[in-house]
Design a protein around this ligand. Structure first.
Ligand code: PGA
Length: 250
């Protein structure tokens, strides 16, 4: 049995006041979510410190959207994994396609981030996925395999067991174009096979989330697939009712 996880990636949205209201709404609605579903919220850095306690009390996980690839020092504007851990952040999204594309985060940098996050006991939610041109060229498996090989497959087995993976086809993120459940399942099954080839049966326990225009309408069919263990939700996580109904889509 794998964990069922629904994580909300707020990206660069909500002022503090708006975020506080959204958190309150999510906490109020949380009782409607089945106990076997782990809910995680990833608000902007500025909100993390104040949200950690109420979320923890409500049994909801808290994630950062990024962390630095260095321990500490002269890196103006960066936030370290140690800082996040010190305010009880539990998870960290690493390798989101927006970070790879707009901030030049390479697989090399992402491996450093994953290692530092793990060192500080943050659970990485590691994102991979192909671009539209790569999908059109039939290269989706090649692309996600390379992303896995250069980061996740470099980890020692004991660290691998702590990872959450998210498959997010870039063409489906924020576009309203969800991958079909068959397209998503095909890639998820492939990812699990690649992980099994490296780590053996431990890969049976790795949660693999789907992300990319996942919403209350598309989630039920996606979450019904054998290798899809939940979702990383962008747009639909900014409305409490939608986020909760995605969490109830299993
Ligand atoms: P979306 O974003 O749900 O708005 O497509 C998903 C993500 O980027 O994690």
């Amino acid at each position: 049995m794998r964990k069922k996880i629904v994580a909300g990636n707020w990206k660069m949205n909500t002022t503090y006041e708006e975020g506080e209201k959204l958190i309150q709404e999510i906490i109020e609605k949380k009782s409607a979510v089945k106990n076997d579903v782990t809910l995680i919220v990833a608000p902007p850095f500025t909100h993390l410190c104040c949200f950690a306690e109420p979320l923890c009390k409500a049994g909801i996980g808290i994630a950062a959207q990024n962390c630095a690839n260095h321990e500490a020092g002269a890196y103006t504007g960066e936030v370290s994994a140690a800082m996040l851990a010190s305010i009880d952040v539990q998870y960290c999204i690493i390798g989101h396609s927006e970070r790879r594309e707009y901030y030049g985060e390479t697989n090399e940098i992402l491996l450093e981030k994953v290692k530092i996050a793990l060192k500080h006991k943050l659970t990485p939610i590691f994102c991979i996925g192909e671009k539209l041109s790569e999908r059109e060229a039939g290269k989706q498996f090649e692309v996600v395999n390379a992303q896995l090989q250069s980061v996740i497959c470099q980890l020692p087995a004991a660290d691998f067991e702590k990872i959450i993976l998210a498959y997010e086809p870039v063409w489906a993120i924020g576009t309203g174009k969800t991958a079909t459940s068959a397209q998503a399942q095909e890639v998820h099954a492939y990812l699990r096979k690649v992980l099994k080839d490296t780590f053996g049966v431990a890969a049976d326990h790795t949660p693999i989330l789907y992300g990319g225009s996942c919403n209350p309408t598309t989630a039920p069919e996606l979450f019904g697939q054998p290798d899809i263990d939940g979702g990383l939700i962008g747009g639909a996580s900014l409305k409490a009712a939608d986020f909760i109904s995605v969490a109830n889509a299993f």
